[in-house]
Design a protein around this ligand. Structure first.
Ligand code: ADE
Ligand code: ZN
Length: 343
């Protein structure tokens, strides 16, 4: 591969084709859209203005963010709202040269407010279909269970979602991590595996390496979301490298939630150097100060990464994706062709 000068690296990072594998669609709701939807649906917000809401985005840890994130999602009522939210994200993803997106959604956040799961799934799914046709972004959905709720509630959500199963490819686990270990969801994940869904789980964001072991050995997930705490456990690092278990790392999220208050201290470089299939993602871009390319640019700058790291991270993102082998190869070929043609 030819060398890319430091001056041209930002352009290389912006333009390289990539997959985003860790984006909560409710976390893409910008304050402006929260206010627009609140007005459209007659929902009252405890904030006087967009600026007032933005000022509340001063997080100290995961839970301090989640409280505001769930409040923001309360404006989503109609199928059109879910469509508009997903479409706005997909347009931004397309500008960032994200050509494959695997998008998390939290149905329980909405069904708890009386919104039907059909409304949620159909709105999101229509946006994904439109994105393929109009933007060339290949987008799929992953349904997440909220881990602060019970396993029984996760089973109920799964049952309610099954009539719409052709609209999502996988199952994930998110929300408050510490105190809610993977083992709590062993039975429902076993059922989801039987049903043929891809499986992922947040683990090792704030929680200990034991939660990552649990996600692997009890939930049998194919990818770990975050997973940055694996750096504290050499045997776990070896397991992740050996089995090519991808980590969907979210640097700006980790900075904003004080996992790594200074991006310069982020473990991503060590994870890559140890041979792990690490990827860069945005998590909740509207809350954490950036979409995909913002995450790439900030991380490369803070850690002094170069174009060879960019190639590795882009290749990892497609290797880690749940698309079929033919598409995977096609996307990897696009990365190679991009690098060859970069002038
Ligand atoms: N839900 C949305 N963002 C999340 C995060 N970073 N961790 C856990 N649950 C989430
Ligand atoms: Zn997340």
């Amino acid at each position: 591969m030819k060398t890319i000068s430091p001056e041209r690296l930002p352009e290389f990072l912006r333009r390289i084709p990539k997959a985003e594998l860790h984006i909560h669609i409710e976390g893409s709701l910008e304050p402006e859209m929260i206010f627009k939807l609140a007005q459209r649906n007659g929902v009252s917000l405890p904030y006087a203005s967009v600026e007032d809401l933005r000022k509340a985005y001063a997080f100290t840890h995961l839970q301090s963010f989640l409280d505001i994130y769930y409040a923001g999602a309360s404006v989503l009522i109609q199928e059109q709202d879910f469509y508009d939210m997903a479409w706005a994200y997909l347009e931004k993803a397309s500008i960032d040269n994200v050509i494959r997106a695997e998008i998390f959604f939290d149905p329980q956040t909405h069904t708890a407010r009386g919104v039907s799961i059909e409304t949620v799934i159909k709105g999101l799914s229509h946006a994904c279909k439109a994105a393929k046709a109009e933007l060339g972004v290949d987008a799929e959905l992953i349904l997440c269970f909220l881990r602060h709720l019970s396993e029984e509630e996760a089973f109920e959500t799964l049952e309610a979602a099954l009539p719409f199963r052709e609209h999502f490819i996988g199952i994930g686990l998110d929300s408050s991590e510490v105190g809610h270990p993977p083992e709590k969801f062993a039975r429902v994940f076993a059922r989801c595996k039987e049903l043929g869904f891809h499986l992922v789980a947040h683990a090792g964001e704030e929680g200990p390496p034991e939660y990552i072991w649990g996600a692997l050995d009890v939930l049998h997930v194919e990818r770990i979301d975050h997973g940055v705490q694996s750096i504290r456990d050499a045997a776990l690092m070896q397991r992740l490298a050996q089995d090519r278990i991808p980590l969907t790392v979210c640097p700006l999220s980790n900075q904003k939630l004080k996992v790594y208050p200074d991006l310069k201290d982020h473990s991503l470089r060590q994870l890559i150097d140890a041979g792990l299939c690490a990827t860069i993602n945005s998590d909740d871009p509207a809350y954490f100060g950036g979409y995909m390319n913002d995450n790439w640019l900030a991380t490369f700058s803070a850690l002094g990464l170069d174009a060879s790291h960019a190639m590795k991270l882009a290749q990892n993102s497609f290797e880690a994706s749940f698309c079929d082998a033919v598409h995977k190869q096609k996307y990897l070929d696009r990365v190679a062709a991009f690098a060859d043609g970069f002038a």
